[in-house]
Design a binder for this molecule. Structure first.
Ligand SMILES: Cc1cc2nc3c(=O)[nH]c(=O)nc-3n(C[C@H](O)[C@H](O)[C@H](O)COP(=O)(O)OP(=O)(O)OC[C@H]3O[C@@H](n4cnc5c(N)ncnc54)[C@H](O)[C@@H]3O)c2cc1C
Length: 417
């Protein structure tokens, strides 16, 4: 491996949690860094997630048996999965790859790749937040998955077994223990699983904004502009093209979340990136507040206590990046939330929809590319906040030509999809 620590001017496309963490890691290595985004920092998908640093995460979304479960989920109008049928022809190739990724032997390998990132997710944030003076944004109380019935708990057997094989710590709580542990919950939940490794931030949007401010304080530049392409030289891109003009760079990192596919294609790679749209409902005065994040496994969403209220976030809608939000999906979160937290109040409620950048095998792209000065950091799906700091660190290592300490093959942009 050839190391190259010479300071360069690196353009990072995307000011979401991935782009900002990557820009900070590059800056720490002495590079001059410019972030380019059409939106202000954190205004993309990173604005409204469930704020969880899921250090225990290791399971891809497509698990064995997914194909059997999907029709039931789609038939249920309050279910966790929806599809915009007019989008089906466009997403069909992605869905085929998604189903292929659910084969047990592949899931085993994918979970190893995810766990390798997860194990460093929290420690990487601790380093970053300490440096930025933001350590008080982190809460380390774990998270609680809850199951309404014995049947729904048993249906998670294979997933929990996979997590145990990857060394994930967990503690099973039965109904009476659950009530003592989290008294805000409705009394009819049969089981809970506490994952002590997981953490949260108290405000995921403010986190990205504060990190971006820190980046600027340390001399970084943020340019608000739409990237339309690149000017190419013999070694790769020499300029980032925006609607307002061309900007000279020595290297580029594509961290454009769900919108990264066309930029990647311009740099010589084809990636099956699509989006799993998700929703949240923010309740500033909820009346009940769990003391730690609660994942309601039966309904596929998370309730997270934040510094400005309670957030119910989750669900998956396959519908691409262009279709307008369908806030009936957010109403479902509130309807379900009321059955979990009796007495939940919705005064001052706001809704939000965001685009998870999703690849079919759930393993993010963290990779160099065909040109020696191009790097890719996207496709983090349900785990983009979790993997923000570690992704930044890994991309900085790749740019410097340093050993990352991980086998990077599973994250490559040109892997077999
Ligand atoms: C409901 C929901 C709940 C979630 N909960 C969690 C959670 O609890 N924990 C967790 O780890 N993850 C969670 N996620 C996932 C997480 O939010 C995403 O994976 C993460 O935000 C992706 O970050 P990003 O920086 O890649 O993308 P983004 O935040 O979307 O940033 C990408 C940026 O690139 C810019 N961009 C793209 N193309 C261009 C262009 N051509 N020109 C200029 N700018 C461009 C966009 O404007 C955007 O600002 C959740 C997601 C949803 C939807």
């Amino acid at each position: 491996m050839v190391t190259n620590n010479a300071p360069r001017h690196i353009g990072v496309i995307g000011a979401g949690v991935i782009g900002v963490c990557t820009a900070l890691a590059l800056q720490r290595d002495g590079h001059r860094v410019t972030i380019v985004d059409r939106l202000p920092p954190g205004e993309g998908t990173s604005k409204g997630n469930a704020a969880i640093i899921a250090a225990a995460a290791c399971e891809p979304v497509a698990l064995p048996g997914i194909l059997k479960k999907v029709p039931g989920m789609l038939m249920d109008p309050l279910g966790p999965l929806a599809i915009r049928w007019q989008y089906l022809p466009q997403i069909a190739p992605w869905l085929l790859k998604f189903v292929a990724a659910s084969r047990p032997d592949r899931v085993e390998k994918l979970s190893i790749a995810l766990r390798a990132l997860s194990l460093q997710s929290l420690s990487s944030y601790k380093t970053l937040l300490k440096e930025a003076g933001l350590s008080d944004m982190l809460r380390e109380l774990g998270w609680l998955s809850i199951y309404r019935t014995e049947k729904s708990f048993r249906s998670a057997d294979d997933e929990l077994a996979l997590q145990r094989r990857r060394g994930v710590k967990m503690e099973i709580l039965k109904r009476h223990e659950l009530r003592q542990f989290e008294p805000t919950l409705a009394p009819d939940f049969e089981y809970g699983v506490l994952f002590p490794e997981n953490a949260q931030v108290v405000n995921n949007f403010r986190l990205v904004q504060e990190l971006a401010r820190f980046f600027v304080q340390r001399g970084g530049r943020i340019l608000q502009a739409e990237v339309t392409g690149f000017a190419m030289g013999p070694q790769g891109p020499t300029h980032i093209r925006t609607r307002d003009g061309e900007h000279a760079i020595d290297g580029v990192v594509v961290a454009g979340g769900a919108w990264s596919k066309p930029l990647t294609r311009m740099l010589g790679h084809s990636v099956p990136l699509d989006t799993e749209r998700g929703y949240h409902v923010m309740l500033p005065d909820p009346g009940v507040m769990p003391r730690l994040p609660v994942h309601i496994a039966d309904y596929g969403f998370v309730a997270t206590p934040l510094e400005h209220g309670l957030r119910l976030a989750g669900t998956v809608e396959l519908g691409g990046v262009k279709a307008p939000p369908n806030y009936a999906r957010a109403d479902i979160l509130l309807t379900r939330g009321r059955t979990v937290f009796p007495g939940l109040r919705d005064g001052g409620r706001t809704n939000w929809m965001g685009h998870r950048p999703s690849v079919p095998d759930s393993v993010p792209v963290i990779s160099g590319g065909r040109h020696p000065n191009c790097f890719f950091a996207y496709g983090h799906g349900h785990l983009g906040l979790t993997y923000g700091a570690i992704t930044g660190r890994l991309i900085a290592d790749l740019v410097a030509g340093r050993e990352t300490g991980l086998d990077m093959a599973p994250y490559r942009v040109d892997r077999r999809w």
